[in-house]
Design a protein around this ligand. Structure first.
Ligand code: ADP
Length: 385
């Protein structure tokens, strides 16, 4: 069987889901992909059963992932998306027992994500023992953030002892998109200063100078920064104290509130941007306020990163909202002509799956829409070894 030769299986294990994609790292051609959802709630009891299901599905399509495993006829590698790399991992890493236990140990920093990632790795190693398994970390691109951007102004000793710093997430996407931007502009990555706005269910912004991240909106956890589908983004930490002290909420209740019942969902009852748009059109005032808060926060970060970078060559929008919601792009950058930032309404209205420019050709700052592709980036990282 040669159909799978040279492909990479990319696995993204969430707490109750397993996303998978088998693809060719060179061309990006996807052989097959999908998602197993509601693991633990259905007849799929755990990630092991989920991955077995995935293998069966591939087999039903005439693709045997285990056949020729570890030989040139088989798949080249398995790439695992791992959310938190802590202080331990700054680059894609071949997984051995030590790496796996370190990923598990980092669960204290990412309790919702790392345990699921570790489980996915464990199962994949068991089912494909001869195939190289590579961990690609969501935090890696931000590992070298300058101290001023990475440091919380809290007790230094406490922070050092417990690895409390701003880590940043969505790094695979920010790195991939920033490389695409340089390629689109036909300039060396090392010469391009840019702001990347990854706007999906989760959302984050980054400032990238010459290919290196110099600031990002997410912090110790993916809760900081922009307003998201169900997460608050930036709030006064005093609010957390108040919720506990004056309202008597437990840590778990506050966690649930800030991570799952806030953001657009908390403000308007809807976390999906399309549904939010429909509410706004129907005259719903909560939805309109939610949108305004979202845009206001986004513009703050654009402003901060303009100043961070000093000279900005490009601003790139990516992920579900960034790639599709033209109104968000227009509103996020409205009135910034004085900074060389202009969005052309006609270009902005064009729908396409390709990287494209939505600013006039002669505008000083190139405003771009660049589709992200985290699976391809992970596959390339995994195939590189
Ligand atoms: P995730 O963070 O789960 O990977 P995505 O990057 O897929 O999320 O983004 C999901 C978000 O993109 C949702 O809020 C969805 O409503 C929004 N979205 C997708 N398509 C459109 C569209 N055509 N117009 C506006 N928003 C869209």
């Amino acid at each position: 069987m040669t159909a799978v030769a040279g492909t990479v299986l990319v696995l993204n294990s969430g707490s109750s889901s397993l996303k998978y994609q088998l693809l060719h790292p060179d061309t990006g051609e996807v052989v097959h992909g999908g998602i197993v959802e509601r693991i633990g709630e259905t007849d799929v009891p755990d990630h092991k059963a989920a991955l077995r299901l995935v293998f069966d599905e591939f087999a039903a399509r005439g693709l045997d992932l285990t056949d020729g495993a570890g030989t040139p006829a088989g798949i080249a590698a398995v790439g695992h998306r791992v959310v938190h790399g802590g202080r331990s991992f700054h680059a894609p890493t071949v997984i051995d027992d030590h790496v796996l236990s370190e990923i598990r140990r980092l669960s204290s920093l990412a309790p919702l994500h790392n345990p699921a990632n570790a489980q996915g790795i464990e199962v994949a190693r068991e089912l494909l023992p001869q195939v190289r398994q590579v961990a690609v970390f969501d935090t890696a691109f931000f590992f070298d953030l300058p101290g001023a951007a990475a440091t919380y102004a809290i007790d230094r000793e406490l922070a050092q002892e417990h690895a409390l710093r701003r880590y940043g997430f969505h790094g695979t996407s920010h790195q991939y998109v920033s490389e695409q931007v340089a390629a689109f502009l036909g300039r060396p990555n090392a010469e391009v200063n840019q702001i990347v706005l990854h706007l999906g269910n989760g959302a984050s912004a980054s400032a990238v100078r010459g290919g290196r991240a110099v600031d990002t909106s997410m912090g110790l956890t993916p809760l900081e920064g922009l307003v998201m589908g169900t997460r608050t983004g930036d709030i006064d930490p005093g609010l957390v104290l108040h919720l506990g002290r004056s309202l008597g909420m437990s840590i778990d209740e506050i966690d649930e509130l800030l991570n799952r019942k806030s953001g657009l969902k908390g403000l308007a009852g809807e976390n999906d941007f399309r549904a939010l748009g429909a509410l706004i059109e129907a005259g719903d005032e909560d939805a309109k306020l939610a949108y305004d808060v979202y845009i206001h926060r986004l513009r703050r970060y654009v402003g901060a990163y303009l100043v961070d970078l000093g000279r900005v060559d490009a601003i790139a929008f990516t992920a579900g909202v960034g790639e599709n919601a033209a109104q968000v792009r227009a509103d996020a950058l409205a009135g910034l002509e004085g900074f060389g930032i202009v969005v052309d309404p006609e270009r902005n209205a064009v729908r396409s799956g390709e990287p494209r420019r939505i600013s006039p050709d002669d505008a000083p700052v190139a405003v771009l829409v660049v589709p992200t592709n985290e699976e391809l980036a992970i596959a390339r990282d995994a195939a590189r070894f």
